[in-house]
Design a protein. Structure first.
Length: 645
């Protein structure tokens, strides 16, 4: 692209500027495009178009402007054909789609607009976040610069910080240099029967759990949410390593014949893509947990971890389980991970069936607790909160009676104690125990962050949720909740930036749009706030608690007629839905109707509404904060343990 000068890009001697958007960098000087550090082929002419659009991010670039700056004196016919071809090639390189664009939006008969946020970063060596070097070189340079070479057992291992880690929390400390990071890719289902997919997925999840417990101080294992995004992937190991920030990848496959399973697994070192170890195991399905222990210990030997006698005993002590119970449990986790009301309902059914087959299978009780807890944490028509949360508590306690060392069950119990019982000391004890048992369990970090936030410890909460993010870098909900923590910490510009990052993973995720809307609202930028919260309501399918925040935005923007229209809809629905009281209170507070707002907050208190745990930090309740009734409500939520704990 020599001789082409793009307005707004300043080239200094010895360095130049890269344009970063999502997982991509483009060099405006050379036109080189990279995805997570990997070169993407893009011909010179499309590269010029991409650079021009990216430098004008958020603005409409007309077809005439493109013609003048890129094509110059070429004929109009050549230009029309050439521009269409360029846009098509750019979209192919960015994996973008004209119907649901993430990067380039077409404005019919007018031009194009680059809709993703763009950052300018220096290409100078040593600048944080530059992705122009290969993984091994980056590891050597950034490792020597930040940490030095750290010995891990008898092996010296240093990993580069993954791109998604930098994308999600720039400037934040990375994992310790002596902590090995490993990803378990989804095991391939080779049964020839797609109905057996739950079995290979279940094996993947169990391997992640086994390895995460193995030596959590020295081995970090990427969580299932992020790992499963590589199911049936065509990406190379080097690219996966960069995106997840891992030094090792475990991949494998599963075959089944009746109640016999054959699992093949191999451990790959990302740095040079060498196969360190490969093995096949055949077992009765009843002994699937013992099989997983065999694989986990083999991997430990390959990366030369020294297991304590207690850890060895735990890995070797897996009891035989009923094959059918394991199948049902795996199906339950499959549907639980869909994170939807329908998914929770089906997960509950499968976990209950697993328990009916094997009444001493602790993970099934923990799964049941998780399903009830998350169903009860959201407004839903399936099961009242007053029934769902006690059922979650009972299941978690049963799981712990069978296996006190199950971090997932401690986390589920802590969630109920925090979100429903408001028994803060008990919840903290359970979160602490879960993290002692498995520091690599991202959900424990994630949910404990809300405990910290509820007590006004915003910086500690942010550190905790970022710990979850390092373990599960592609989790939509964790990335979104990083933005929510920033919002509650009154760091609104950073919340906006993080909300946009979450949307780069999935632009249709309603809760990420809500974070953006809240942050814009706090900055009194009503137009973008209403746009984002309107998108939230639309993408949620009209979920009423998310419609309510749009009503609040209308009220704050003095669009009172529209706010009252939303309020009327909520009040009509609340005659059959007591879980809407808190949402109605927010709209009433925005309208300045304090007495009615407090009446609704009292109803929310009586219903154990989980939203009340954020009373002390929620900016949306600022209009009520100086009232004595508000302080009384805070006292009751935080000083008096609720029943049933």
């Amino acid at each position: 692209m020599a001789g082409v000068r793009i307005p707004g890009i300043i080239i200094s001697e010895g360095e130049h500027t890269l344009l970063r958007f999502g997982v991509f960098d483009v060099d405006p000087e050379s036109g080189e495009l990279r995805k997570a550090g990997v070169d993407i082929n893009l011909p010179p002419q499309p590269a010029k178009v991409l650079v021009l659009l990216a430098t004008r991010a958020g603005q409409l670039v007309t077809r005439e402007e493109l013609r003048q700056q890129i094509w110059g004196k070429e004929t109009f016919v050549d230009f029309e054909h050439g521009l269409n071809s360029c846009i098509k090639q750019i979209r192919a390189a960015l994996d973008d789609h004209p119907e649901t664009p993430r990067y380039i939006e077409t404005r019919p008969r007018r031009g194009y607009r680059f809709i993703a946020p763009v950052q300018e970063v220096s290409s100078r060596a040593g600048t944080a976040g530059v992705l122009s070097e290969g993984l091994s070189n980056t590891a050597q340079r950034s490792g020597a610069r930040r940490f030095g070479i750290a010995a891990v057992g008898v092996v010296a291992i240093l990993i580069a910080t993954g791109y998604f880690a930098r994308l999600a929390f720039p400037g934040h400390a990375v994992l310790p240099a002596d902590k090995i990071m490993l990803a378990v890719l989804p095991f391939e289902n080779l049964t020839g029967d797609t109905r057996q997919e739950y079995l290979s997925d279940g094996l993947t999840e169990e391997m992640i759990t086994q390895l995460g417990r193995m030596h959590p101080e020295r081995l970090g294992v990427i969580a299932r949410t992020s790992a499963m995004q590589y199911k049936k992937t065509q990406k190379g190991m080097d690219q996966i390593g960069r995106e997840l920030g891992v030094a090792y990848v475990l991949e494998g496959s599963l075959r089944r014949a009746d109640d016999r399973v054959r699992v093949s697994a191999q451990l790959i070192q990302v740095r040079d893509q060498t196969h360190l170890w490969a093995e096949s195991y055949e077992r009765d399905l009843r002994d699937i947990l013992a099989l997983q222990s065999d694989v986990a210990q083999a991997i430990a030997r390959q990366i030369e971890l020294k297991l304590t006698p207690q850890q060895q005993a735990r890995l070797a002590g897996a009891r035989p389980i009923d094959p059918r119970a394991y199948e049902l449990y795996s199906k339950g986790r499959y549907f639980w991970n869909k994170r939807s009301e329908e998914g929770y309902r089906r997960a509950i059914q499968y976990f209950q069936q697993a328990i009916a087959r094997d009444s001493e299978y602790a993970p099934a009780y923990a799964g049941l607790a998780d399903a009830y807890a998350l169903l009860g944490s959201m407004p839903n028509v399936e099961l009242p909160r007053s029934e769902a949360m006690p059922r979650a508590r009972t299941a978690a306690i049963k799981a712990l009676a069978l296996d006190e060392g199950l971090a997932e069950a401690h986390t589920s119990l802590a969630f109920v104690q925090m979100h429903f019982d408001w028994d803060w000391p008990a919840a903290e004890r359970e979160f602490t125990r879960a993290l002692q048992l498995n520091p690599g369990y991202p959900t424990a970090h994630h949910w404990y962050a809300f405990w910290l936030l509820a007590h006004g410890r915003a910086e500690e909460a942010l550190q905790e949720v970022r710990a979850a993010q390092r373990l599960d870098p592609l989790s939509l909900i964790i990335n979104t909740d990083v933005g929510e923590m920033l919002y509650y910490g009154r760091r609104h510009d950073e919340a906006i930036e993080q909300g946009r990052r979450a949307l780069e993973i999935d632009s249709t995720f309603a809760l990420a749009h809500r974070v953006l809307g809240f942050a814009y609202l706090a900055k009194r930028q009503f137009a973008p706030a209403i746009e984002e919260l309107g998108t939230t309501a639309r993408l949620s399918g009209g979920q009423l608690d998310l419609v309510a925040v749009l009503g609040l935005a209308y009220a704050e923007a003095a669009r009172r007629a529209e706010a009252r229209k939303v309020l009327k809809r909520l009040e009509q629905a609340s005659q059959q839905r007591p879980d809407l009281s808190h949402s109605i209170a927010l709209v009433l507070a925005g309208l300045g109707e304090k007495d009615q707002a407090f009446a609704r907050l009292e109803q929310a208190y009586q219903a154990h509404d989980g939203s009340l745990i954020l009373l002390q930090v929620n900016p949306l309740l600022d209009p009520l904060r100086s009232d004595a009734r508000f302080q009384d409500l805070v006292r009751r939520v935080f000083l008096v343990p609720r029943r049933g704990s």
